[in-house]
Write a protein that binds this ligand. Structure first.
Ligand code: C2E
Ligand code: MG
Ligand code: MG
Ligand code: MG
Length: 291
């Protein structure tokens, strides 16, 4: 059986080989099938304006609905897709799908909601990435600024001039750009101002222990202040409690995303959030403002 799979693959099936290697090979072959059979779905997590309680936009998060394993977390398969190169095809699907979603969403509600899409390191390095993003925008007939491309700090390090080139090509399309998981990578602060980035997303790690952890509060506060001085928006990830919101409002963070508001939702469920829960949050925020 192993031999039939191709040259040089037989040794992957011997007993002494690392289970993790076998597992990732299995996932890789199942990912190929999944791409062919479109077993993927995008979920969308709301992002809320902390000043007004109004919906700001969404982050698109991929889900793999595996026929036997059920929902597989992107934490498991994104890295395999990345290593195998399948992420390029998968990423194209995500961009096209998210763009068509934006068109339906903003048409239905007559709004200008922003939808963020995560780009992987491999996609970002690909010279053709700007034209892939461009095709998605054109096919879906959306305003480019409705699309927000999320990158991580590590993608921007290394060859800085190469990264700047890629960023400029993408930014020239008129999309928005964010740095995801900010504070966990190793970006050089001196380069931050050179990157055409609109938004910093404060990593959940700095939010989760607020208000107990005063160090995390100092770090979050510093990131928010720095972003504003650089004329960037700030989104806090992992907002789970009213105390988180209270801290963020006090420190001028405009936008929050997290389980307090909503987990990532299927497109079907999301309309309910917009039409009902959304109003509850607005009511909640009006009350806290009056206090
Ligand atoms: P991320 O981009 O930082 O996305 C945020 C993750 O935090 C999501 O996990 C989301 O469900 C989770 N989250 C949101 N609010 C809360 C909260 O209040 N508490 C906690 N504990 N978690 C929260 P998810 O959906 O499992 O995605 C994990 C990672 O997988 C993402 O992290 C992103 O790096 C990657 N990913 C997801 N979708 C895509 C995609 O389409 N393409 C690429 N390249 N990567 C993706
Ligand atoms: Mg993200
Ligand atoms: Mg993130
Ligand atoms: Mg994160």
């Amino acid at each position: 059986r192993a031999k039939a799979a191709g040259r040089n693959t037989h040794y992957f099936f011997t007993d002494d080989l690392d289970k993790a290697v076998k597992e990732s090979l299995l996932i890789e072959s199942e990912l190929r099938v999944a791409l062919r059979e479109l077993q993927f779905e995008l979920y969308y997590q709301p992002q809320v304006d902390l000043k007004t309680g109004k919906l700001f936009g969404f982050e698109a998060l991929i889900r793999w609905n595996h026929p036997e394993r059920g929902m597989v977390s992107p934490a498991i398969f994104i890295s395999v897709a990345e290593q195998s190169g399948l992420i390029v095809e998968l990423g194209e699907w995500v961009l096209a799908e998210a763009s068509m979603f934006i068109a339906r969403l903003n048409e239905k509600y007559n709004e200008n909601y922003t939808v963020a899409v995560n780009l992987s390191a491999r996609q970002f390095k690909d010279k053709g990435v700007a034209s892939v993003i461009r095709s998605s925008i054109i096919n879906a007939r959306i305003k480019p600024e409705w699309l927000d491309i999320e990158l991580t700090e590590s993608m921007l390090m290394g060859d800085i001039s190469e990264a700047l080139h890629q960023l400029d090509d993408i930014k020239a399309l008129g999309v928005q750009m964010s740095i995801d998981d900010f504070g966990t990578g190793y970006s050089s602060l001196s380069y931050l101002k050179k990157f055409p980035v609109d938004t910093l997303k404060v990593d959940r790690a700095f939010i989760k222990d607020i208000p107990e952890d005063t160090d995390d509060m100092a770090i979050s506060d510093a990131i928010i202040a720095m972003a504003h001085k650089l004329k960037m928006k700030v989104i806090a990830e992992g907002v789970e409690t009213p105390e988180h919101v209270e801290f963020l409002i006090k420190n001028n963070c405009q936008i929050g995303q997290g389980y307090l508001f909503s987990p990532p939702l299927s497109e079907e469920k999301l309309h309910q959030f917009i039409e009902t829960e959304q109003k509850n949050y607005e009511a909640l925020f009006c009350r806290t403002e009056q206090k």
